[in-house]
Design a protein around this ligand. Structure first.
Ligand code: AMP
Length: 179
């Protein structure tokens, strides 16, 4: 069995949560399974080990768990991209469209120095709105986004394609068809 299948098998799908029509891809069983957790994270560590990267950015909140672990293993710094109103110091912010309504993510204005090379990690890419907002924040501070990565991509929602169109490579450990 390819390893991406083992990862998919460790993801639990909850239909109609948190609202009707959403197939929620729950990664808590993957976190719970020591073997799958380690091999999943190792895959990202090996991918970036030889790359020139200064920082790993993680997206609120599951991207924190993954991103900080990756940063630790790569011996690099970690920066959090947070939902609005959570960061204590001066921030820059980016608003983006959700399926229903809008959301805002923020970054501390001293999180990235001009020219620093950053990868961004989250658990899942759906419409790509969250990742694109994070990319804009890092670029606003003069950072260079080398790649964005996630455990799961939902390619039919077009997010990863939009991110590539914005000039950023996308890597995911597995993908699910449909939404
Ligand atoms: P998007 O901005 O549409 O790409 O959505 C990505 C963000 O929303 C990620 O931080 C995910 O954790 C969360 N998300 C969106 N859709 C799902 C889903 N079907 N299952 C689990 N998380 C999701």
């Amino acid at each position: 069995m390819p390893f991406s299948e083992a990862i998919k098998n460790a993801v639990r799908t909850i239909p109609d949560w948190p609202q009707k029509g959403i197939m929620f891809r729950d990664i808590t069983p993957l976190f719970q399974n020591a073997r799958v957790l380690r091999s999943t994270l190792d895959q990202f560590v090996h991918r970036y080990m030889e790359e020139e990267i200064d920082l790993v950015a993680g997206i609120d909140a599951r991207g924190f768990l993954l991103g900080v672990t990756l940063a630790y293993e790569l011996k690099r710094g970690f920066i959090p991209v947070r939902k609005q109103g959570k960061l204590p110091f001066e921030t820059i912010r980016e608003e983006y469209e959700l399926e229903y309504g809008k959301a805002t993510v923020e970054l501390h204005k001293d999180a990235v120095r001009p020219g620093q090379k950053v990868i961004i990690m989250d658990d899942l890419i759906a419409t790509g709105g969250t990742m694109l907002a994070a990319i804009k924040l890092i670029r606003k501070l003069g950072g260079e986004v080398r790649e964005v990565c996630a455990i799961i991509d939902l390619p039919d929602l077009g997010g990863s394609e939009k991110i590539r169109a914005a000039g950023v490579q996308v890597y995911s450990a597995c993908s699910f068809d449909g939404h």
